[in-house]
Design a protein around this ligand. Structure first.
Ligand code: AMP
Ligand code: ZN
Ligand code: FE
Ligand code: FE
Length: 274
């Protein structure tokens, strides 16, 4: 099976690239994309751990802002040398943003310390949520999101400016196939109104299969892909094992995405590089 959306300890996942690869192998995944937030630091470790019996699809999940809300774009098969410079700036922005959220929390009366994150980790809100749990302010990360870290929460800080069209163009310039991640999680407008804006900017695919998408969401997205001539991708958006299973939280390979989706993605990536 195919798994095209996963996070590791290089961003806000809780499994190392090596542990993720071992789990993917055990779950029967044949091709595994590493799509950390704004970083490609996990690729080499995943590729080394995968040896020859699991194909690693190099990817990332780029964080952009569209209509004043966070919008995620997956990028598959980027040219590393072209993307590394721009990503360094995005990761530096993530560090500044995390510090700004920590400062807001301190001002609200909830001081935390984020210093023990590994060097190669691009920090995100889940790290802050975990620190709030560790400090004993809330029982679960979800409660931290509900109380402070949600997009309209009192400690939220948006990503540093990068519009969705700029993100799509950046990915394409670097040879990566841009795919709108989990469209029905976007809060800045309906899929029907936002999708044409992204297609005009050069979007090439939609993440149709995602744990937060209902069967009717999936049918709508499949129809949009057909209408606009877009690629279909899917993945579990796996962030590591969780204690309590909840909606939108499936296991690695839980969506059983077909390997048939991979060759068209590879062809599109090759065409971008010609
Ligand atoms: P960031 O890129 O730092 O804004 O963090 C995004 C990540 O936070 C997502 O990939 C999810 O893992 C998690 N997340 C975002 N919104 C929520 C929410 N409302 N509740 C729980 N987790 C969330
Ligand atoms: Zn995440
Ligand atoms: Fe995302
Ligand atoms: Fe993700």
């Amino acid at each position: 099976m195919l798994e095209l959306h996963c996070h590791t300890t290089c961003s806000d996942g809780t499994l190392t690239p090596e542990a993720l690869v071992a789990l993917a192998r055990a779950r029967g995944v044949k091709a595994l994309a590493i799509t950390d937030h704004d970083t490609i630091a996990g690729w080499d470790r995943a590729i080394a751990a995968a040896a020859n019996d699991l194909e690693i699809v190099p990817g990332l999940e780029l964080s952009t802002v569209h209509r004043d809300r966070s919008l995620h774009i997956l990028g598959f098969y980027p040219n590393r040398a072209q993307l590394e410079g721009p990503l360094q700036e995005r990761i530096a922005g993530r560090h500044r943003r995390a510090e700004a959220m920590v400062a807001k929390l301190a001002a609200l009366g909830y001081p935390i310390n984020l210093s023990e994150l590994p060097e190669d980790t691009a920090p995100g809100r889940p790290h802050i949520a975990a620190a709030l749990v560790a400090a004993g302010y809330v029982k679960t990360p979800q409660a931290a999101f509900d109380q402070w870290l949600g997009e309209r929460g009192p400690a939220y800080v948006p990503y540093e400016p990068l519009s969705a069209p700029e993100g799509i163009q950046l990915l394409r310039r670097c040879g990566a196939v841009p795919v709108w991640a989990h469209p029905y999680l976007f809060r800045g407008g309906t899929v029907a109104t936002v999708l044409p804006e992204l297609v005009a900017a050069g979007l090439m695919g939609i993440e149709v299969y995602h744990p937060h998408h209902s069967p009717s969401d999936i049918r709508h997205l499949e129809a949009y892909c057909q209408a606009y001539g877009l690629l279909i991708t899917g993945g579990s958006d796996y962030h590591g094992p969780t204690k309590e299973p909840s909606k939108g939280n499936v296991n690695l390979n839980g969506l059983q995405v077909s390997l048939d989706l991979l060759p068209p993605l590879k062809q599109a990536a090759a065409a971008l590089k010609r």
